[in-house]
Every structure is written in structure tokens, then in C-alpha cells.
Design a protein around this ligand. Sequence first.
Ligand code: FES
Length: 575
Amino acid sequence: MTKRKIPTELRSHRWLGVQDLRAFGHRSRLRQSGFDAEDWGGKPVIAIVNTWSDINPCHAHLRTRAEEVKRGVLQAGGFPVELPAMSLAETFVKPTTMLYRNFLAMETEELLRSHPIDGAVLLGGCDKTTPALIMGAISMDLPAIYVPAGPMLRGHWRGQTLGSGSDVWKYWDEKRAGNITETDWSEIENGIARSFGTCMTMGTAATMMSIAEALGLTLPGASSIPAADSGHPRMAKACGRRIVEMVWEDLTPSRILSRASFDNAITVHMALGGSTNAIVHLVAMARRAGIALDLKRFDEISRRVPVVANLRPAGAYLMEDFFYAGGLRALMAIIADKLDLTCPTVTGQTLGEGLASAQVHLPEVIHPLSKPVYAEGATAILTGNLAPRGCVMKPAAAEPRFLRHRGPVLAFEDYDHMAREIERDDLAVTPDHVLVLKNAGPKGGPGMPEWGMLPIPRKLVRTGTRDMLRISDARMSGTSYGACVLHVAPESFVGGPLAVVQTGDEIEVDVSSRRIHLHVSEEELARRLAAWRAPAPRYARGYGAMFSSHIGQADEGCDFDFLAAPGKIPEPDIH
Ligand code: FES
């Protein structure tokens, strides 16, 4: 049992509690804001790191949630201060939010370091915000609790349920095939996003919020509560109360996270049929916690954990249904014997104690282990001469015939090349072709954009083709689906073998043996690689130039080398 802190041991005491010139300045400036010693005297200062913005509809409610968190902090005897941080709206930020995940991680860490903060409540949910906030909090290692923004309500169109992302791609293909009208398309635009909150399919947002809970960084059940449910503000307020206690208990991320908790997170990811993006983020978060996470570990766990959540895009239902079915607690109860239930959580209790009385209410949404949605886990890690450091596939979301496939390559040098070609009616392509997209990785994209679900060529869409084998060094949206091989490492922009694949080559994928192979002789591959010339860097200056110089490959979690590096940063001097 760790000794409880006393007020003079609070980090903020250095700013506010001592009698010197600087502390005078800090206190007088708090008084300038209308506070007095009753507000801060001997109390934990709690940062509410808020990713609200007008241009992030997934976080539209976080402005009021911050007030609810503040209420909880005040109830528990803390002093709340709200610190705005980059919002990272997935749909608006270009070229891709992944370019800025590390930016927000760095911002979170430095916001906490540079201010008189004792503990943090992290408000996020839209795709990259969850890993970014958590990465920053891990590196800073102050007590921190995560408030997931929660999924939006189900989409709706003419009696049908619509899912974020997944149904956009689906109906876009139907429109390209001439099967739906402009009026239909515009009605779908009105009906697909009905409330604030994150995407409500098991996309990257829902996956990462669930992973935060599996890691022990949220209150039990928090990640499944729909954003518009009245339980959501109650959860936010409870987080405000809890963080104050966490500060007195000095319950930091380093006391919560371990190799076992990351195994739990991977296990939950597999059982959910979660987004492939989670792999990159989990590797990055683990490395921040000093835990080397190998892609092999994902594959090992994938082979022993079935998908039991029947959620789109791999299944039929949406996050609102998942909540009614019992949510993540019910799912974790189903796979309890595959989890380490002794792992600690932000509540001070173990993961297992947080599952007490959890049960499944809708077995068609959360299946029993005896009747899984997909027998093996969500994600397969493939390796071979085309991806020496690995690549990722989501077999549950692919047409089964592509789980073992050999076909001729149609290669695109970059996104613009692909976009020009794919709509051509005279494109030389068949449903058995393997579409390859290059220069879409961490440095080449730049930022590893979600281009990995390459569009099916229009001429094939018109004749009914809806899935093809597609290979790239890009990521794909967690709401996407199809036989897409992603995250090929090393990427083509740095001279990985993907760079020298040519139209007419043959590629073979065999998911059961976890193999991907470019059918080109070793000599020919070596000859092509020797002749390859590196493209010019994407950025001459600014954040982009820093990104390009320091970004790691997908198998390393795409963190900056100087942020992933171990070692303590000293506390700021207060002069
Ligand atoms: Fe924000 Fe999907 S766009 S979670």
C-alpha cells in the first residue's frame, strides 16, 4: 500500500504553496482570474485536457463534459483547470490526422509538464486523440484518467440502420455502379451522423476507447456509453471525483500499465474485431511505457482469441447495440479466462473486480465463445519478401477467397496515379488482380493516410465486384473492410521492397501460414532495389520536416524517435 500524499508533496505546491517571489506571482495571477486560496490551498490541481473544438463534431459535447468533470473535481476537493489541446477531427484534418498524433502526444505531455498540474483528466475519442492523449500522459506519468467521448447514435435511412464510414463506402460503390440516385445519396448524407459522439461502428475510435478501458485507464464500462446517453455526463463527473483521489494515492500510469495490461488490450482488440490502426497505436503506447511490443505478439494472441463482438464492419451491429448488450464489461466477462484479471486500473481495483456482475443481455450482439463471429482474432500479421518487417490484414472483413490468393499485380506509384487510373473504363484489370499502392506510408503519404482500402476499379464495380486483394504501406479506416493488406514495412518511400513491385508481377497471400510473397527471384529483387532512387523529401521546413526526419515505421508504432526514447525529462525549474 503506497502512502497517501500530503499537500506539501503535491507537484503544484512548488508553484503555489511556497513563500517566494515566483509563488507570489502565480497566486496573484490566480486571484486575477477570480480565484482565492479557498480554491487552490493544499488541493490537487487537476488538468482537464480537452480536445473540444467547433470543427470536431465527434467532440461537440466535450465542452459541457469538461464542466461535468470540473463538478466532480470540486466535489472531491480538487482545483480543476481546463487546458485546450489540438482537436484532431478525423474527417477534417489534412493530409491525415496521423501526421499530428505525435503532435498532440507531445502537446499533452508538455501541457502537463509546464503547468502546476498534479493529475489529469483526458477528454478525447475521435481516432488519434485517444492514443495521443494516452501517449503524452504515459510519458509525463502523472495520475491520469481517460474520459472517452463515446459513440454517436445509430445512423438511419429509410428504415435501415447506417454505420459511420462502412455505409459511406458501401453506398458510394452503389452510386458508382448506378444502383442508387443522387437523392438517395443526399438522404444518406442527412441520416448517417445523427448526434455528437464518435463513429459508432467498431472503427478506430471505438477500438481505441475500448483499448483504453482494457488497459485500465478508464472507469469500468466507460468506453461503451453512447455520447448522448445521460450516463455519459455522470461518468465524466465520476472521473472528476476519482482523479482527485488518484493524486493522493499517486496512482500513475506506470503503476497501472504492464506487459500483462497490454496483452489484455490486444486480447480485447481481437475479440472486438477492432481496427487495424490499433496495432500501430498500441505499439507506440507500449513503447512509451517502456514495453517493447512486437507484431508477433498480436499474431500469437490473434490465434487464440476469437471475434465475439458482432459489430460492423466485421459484423452486423453498432456501438449503441453493444451498449445495450452489456458493453465492454460484458465482452470482457465472456473472454475473462483469456485476460489477466489481476491488472490494476484507475479505480484502484483490479480489472476483474470491475467486471463483477457484468453479463451479456443481447447474445446476438456479443456472442458466446462457443459460437464466435469469427473463429480467430481480428488481425493477422503477415511477413515475407514483400514485407520483411511485417504487414497487417483483417481476415474477418475480407471475402474468404482472398485469404489464400495469387494474382497478377496492378501497381500504382502513388495516390494520384491510382485515382487517375481507377475510374478508367479501359483499365486492364480483372477481379483476380492484386492492386498495389506505393508511397502511402509514414514518410511517403506523408503520415500513413487511410488509403489502404483502394477503391475497386469502376469497370469492375459495375459488373458486381465488391472485394479485391489490395496491398499498400498505408493504413485503412477502422470502418473500412475488404481484403486489404496494410502497413507494409519498411514502406516504399524508404526503399522497402514494395517500392520495386511492377505491374505484371505476381503476389501471393496465404493468411493461414501468415505469408506474403512477391514472385520475383532474389536476384531480380536485389537488382531492382539496387537501381531504386529515394524520392525527394516531402517537406522543406516546419512540422512536416521534423515529422519526416523523426517518424518511425509502422512496426515501431510511428512514434518520433526522440519521444519513444527512454529517460526522464527533469521537472521545470521555477525561477
Ligand atoms: Fe471522429 Fe470517426 S470521425 S471518430
